[in-house]
Design a binder for this molecule. Structure first.
Ligand code: ADP
Ligand code: MG
Length: 292
């Protein structure tokens, strides 16, 4: 079923997350199990409140209250994460404005993880990672409010990548962006994955985004996985569970403008896509020019 038959990079087995007590009790994640092979992109889809973010937060250590078993790169995870874990896996959030400190420059935002992990040569690392996400060195001393939404999300991605992790946990990374910018950021993520051999979990409420980005996906409803399928099955309109079919109908025509701008990074296409360029695509430059 998977295009990546290697050993699993991420294994989640019977994950359960319960918030609150008695009447306030919410069973947010119910017996969720899945595996993500190294180098694959695994999608988690479902409507708002279905438990997608809670799965990622449990994996990334942001929520220590869970039961079940989780393994990342062969290491079994406990409730707390050590420093080494964050060199392995990093999270990118939906709202880059909320996740970037408003009074810190891009330079300081990127410096922080380097200082915590005592990595050498921070100047070079910062310039290199900014280049990789399509932002020039002059972005270093800007503040988040001096950036467009797409540029802010590029900074959040740069911050996630600067420790050179092997895994990105992406929680609706483009949902807060204008439709015209969504495809640019998704294409950037595809290019980075290819260049760095990353493994992704991508959370989205949008099946068209998942169909573009992922190999396999799990469909969540009320905290449980109702169906796991390959994107190829989704594209052939073969979901079995009625909830998945419903999501599919709801997604048809959704964000059509963004989908139309998607690029095909499939190896079988032969010709290099725009995203293979080392220079910035024109649309990205125009986004820069919009800056203050
Ligand atoms: P999704 O990301 O799919 O929109 P979430 O994982 O954010 O869904 O939420 C799943 C459920 O868990 C929701 O009912 C939400 O209200 C609840 N929930 C999430 N975080 C908390 C929390 N910290 N405390 C209490 N309930 C929470
Ligand atoms: Mg969420």
């Amino acid at each position: 079923m998977s295009a990546h038959p290697g050993k699993a990079m991420i294994e989640v087995e019977k994950l359960n997350v319960i918030f609150g007590q008695s009447e306030d009790r919410v069973h947010a994640v119910r017996d969720v199990s899945f595996q993500v092979p190294e180098g694959a992109t695994f999608g988690l889809v479902g409507e708002s409140g279905s438990g997608k973010s809670t799965v990622l937060r449990a994996l990334s250590g942001l929520n220590p209250e869970w039961t079940g078993q989780m393994t990342v790169a062969g290491q079994t995870l406990g409730p707390k994460r050590d420093k080494a874990f964050y060199k392995l896996a990093q999270m990118v959030f939906q709202d880059p404005y909320g996740s970037l400190h408003p009074r810190h420059t891009v330079d300081r935002i990127l410096m922080e993880p380097l200082a915590i992990h005592r990595l050498d040569d921070p100047e070079n690392r910062i310039e290199r990672v900014l280049g990789e996400v399509g932002l020039g060195p002059d972005f270093r001393f800007r503040y988040p409010h001096q950036l467009s939404g797409g540029q802010r999300q590029r900074v959040a991605i740069a911050r996630a990548l600067i420790l050179e992790p092997r895994i990105l946990l992406l929680d609706e990374p483009t949902s807060a962006l204008d439709v015209s910018v969504q495809a640019e950021v998704l294409n950037l993520l595809q290019r980075l994955k290819k260049e760095r051999g990353l493994t992704y979990i991508l959370v989205s409420h949008d099946l068209s985004v998942v169909a573009h980005m992922c190999d396999d996906l799990a469909v969540m409803n009320h905290g449980a996985v109702v169906e796991e399928l390959a994107v190829a099955q989704l594209k052939r309109h073969e979901p079995k569970h009625p909830y998945t079919r419903q999501l599919m109908v709801a997604s048809l025509g959704y964000d059509r403008a963004a989908v139309d701008r998607f690029e095909d990074f499939g190896v079988e296409s032969g010709a290099p896509g725009r995203g293979d360029e080392t220079t910035l695509p024109p649309a990205v430059e125009s986004e820069h020019n919009r800056g203050p």
